[in-house]
Design a protein around this ligand. Structure first.
Ligand code: G
Ligand code: MN
Length: 240
């Protein structure tokens, strides 16, 4: 794809914070496209292209992994962000494809597996198959962290939590929207957090936007959070 070769793409990083102390624990890498005529484009403007063309999506993933490897290694070890997460389609794990990419473009360049978290996107309609579960296990055994992205509003279900052990679950921002004013929204979110805590899975609350939400999230002892209220995506890796 022309854009990748011409260096029109770059990564923005959005900090993920420890909800209580609002200390940075990691960052999500987000793709940005600098279109020659249209300027900086957010994923919304080009994600459809990725979802329609597996080859383009793969080129994007390879670019993201290489860029993260370069950005992490450019930081002195003491200042390195604890982990960086990136988005991948579950189908990209099949056949060991993502595993091989991580071996050749990340591990081979000295990247630490525990510094990388793979966020499995929820937009693919097919349910997780045995091979996907095996690939997730293989990646976790290598030390990579796995997260389920946008949990609660997409194709991931509560039943998946029974069958697939992951390191983190990112709770879709739609579930936070009515919190703390709506008691139904608040009860559902608290219920999900309780499930994750019982499973020993790290919860990451997405889409924290208002001061009331920040205050509410700060009362949760275990959760991590992400959202415009803490920080917008920014050009460089946040330093610890
Ligand atoms: O679903 P995923 O975790 O990949 O979401 C990342 C997207 O969400 C990015 O495009 C990012 O800019 C956007 N985003 C980050 N924080 C917020 C927020 O607080 N509110 C909203 N509406 N979007 C956000
Ligand atoms: Mn994500």
């Amino acid at each position: 794809m022309r854009g990748f070769a011409d260096r029109e793409f770059t990564l923005a990083y959005q900090p993920i914070v420890n909800a209580r102390g609002a200390a940075v624990v990691g960052a999500e890498a987000l793709l940005r496209w600098h279109h020659p005529e249209r300027g900086w484009l957010q994923p919304g403007a080009f994600i459809q292209v990725l979802e329609e063309d597996a080859e383009v999506a793969w080129a994007a993933t390879a670019f993201v992994v290489e860029q993260i490897a370069a950005d992490l290694s450019a930081l002195p070890k003491a200042h390195r962000t604890a982990f960086v997460s990136f988005n991948a389609y579950p189908s990209q794990l099949l056949g060991g494809k993502l595993r091989q990419l991580l071996e050749t473009r990340y591990l081979a360049r000295g990247g630490a597996p525990e510094a990388l978290m793979i966020e499995l996107l929820e937009t693919e309609p097919h349910p997780p198959c045995d091979e996907l579960v095996e690939e997730i296990q293989a990646l976790r055994a290598m030390g990579f962290r796995i997260a389920i992205d946008d949990f609660g509003c997409g194709s991931w279900t509560v039943l998946d939590l029974v069958h697939i052990k992951v390191d983190a679950v990112k709770i879709a921002r739609e579930l936070l929207q009515g919190v703390p004013t709506s008691s139904a929204s608040t009860d559902v979110l608290l219920g999900v957090l309780r499930i994750l805590e019982a499973l020993g899975t790290q919860a990451i609350i997405e889409g924290v936007e208002t001061p009331e939400q920040v205050e509410w999230v700060a009362t949760l002892p275990q959760a991590w959070a992400q959202g415009y209220a803490y920080s917008r995506p920014q050009p460089g890796l946040p330093k610890l």
